[in-house]
Design a protein around this ligand. Sequence first.
Ligand code: PLP
Length: 393
Amino acid sequence: MINGKMTELGKKRSVIREIFEYAKVRKAEIGDSKVFDFSIGNPSVPAPAAVTEAMKRLISETDPVQLHGYTSAQGDAGVRKVIADNVKSRFDFDADPNLIYMTCGAAASLTVTINAIVNSGDEIVVLAPYFPEYRVFAEKAGAVVVESPCREGDFQIDFEALKKAVTSKTKAVIVNSPNNPTGAVFSEDTIKELALLLEKRQQEYGTDIYIIADEPYRELVYGADVPYIPKYYKNTVVCYSYSKSFSLPGERIGYILVSPECNNCGELYAAVCGAGRALGFVCAPSLLQYTVRDCVNVKPDLETYKTNRDVFYGALTSYGYTVVPPDGAFYLFVKSPEPDANAFCERAKKYELLLVPGDDFGCKGYVRICYCVSREQIENSLPAFKALIEEYK
Ligand code: PLP
């Protein structure tokens, strides 16, 4: 018999993908410009020119056998050294290239890391709202997911809730800042308080509790500082991705960085390599590894997203929507004007507005709106958003 749980996962798309597929059907029916699809975090800004140029140069100037060949399972040593040096210079943190593992993006980074650290029955705490795939990755690894809701309003960590969620069975807390879906950036005070709490609990229980810092949006911030978590907490593993910052989500490239300050970091890194091997995530795409090496200092074009955010946030709040002030990523998290966000999303569909209910992110009563879309789409959708909220007045 085949694995029923996997069949179920394969048949049931995530709500985001469900709406994304619906958008395609609807666009074919009534035309692209009439459908306002705010469902999926596919960057609307093209990859930086320097990244495209580097890829072209690599293809035209490198021996193809070498360029497209396997690298070491954990990634090319030269690429890992460049990343470690970059982390050192940007964050003044002593990263070790021998504790870096190249991956196919944050999804692979997360699933490899989770498999490396958990044993069956261990608990992984997720700060709600959270990226829904955390649950899929954690449960497949045999972990139990424990949700700890963030503070409503600013969506910083609610420490009273977290104190209850962290137990002697907790193996890791996943921290995603800038956050999908809220756009919140956890402040330095929040990270310090988190570090203090986890240090105390490690001592009390005599266990290791890891922070898994999921950082695909690190570069997408509009003024806020994003604390580098390994500087505040020793047992940290960073799951990084270039999907959003380089606008290359389909190319699949990122890395895992095990902090040299983790307890038994060598053993932990061996477990990362083992999990990568067991899951088949060895040797991330070589062309992309070398592209990262050659573009490690390239920054994304933030202006487009920042203007999208400002236009959208300004308009929605002026119509009467309550929107979480977004410091980073490219999402608005909006309070549903009726308690059931699913009902609100259905009503929004009448106006061809495709929004994602917060329920799957572990936060009822909110919807997520991606603003990594064209300015034109945002501007053309505004009358529909206005008419929609008028229905509730
Ligand atoms: N983590 C979060 C919070 C995300 O939003 C995403 C993608 O949207 C991922 C991880 C996966 O990113 P990647 O495309 O690098 O696998």
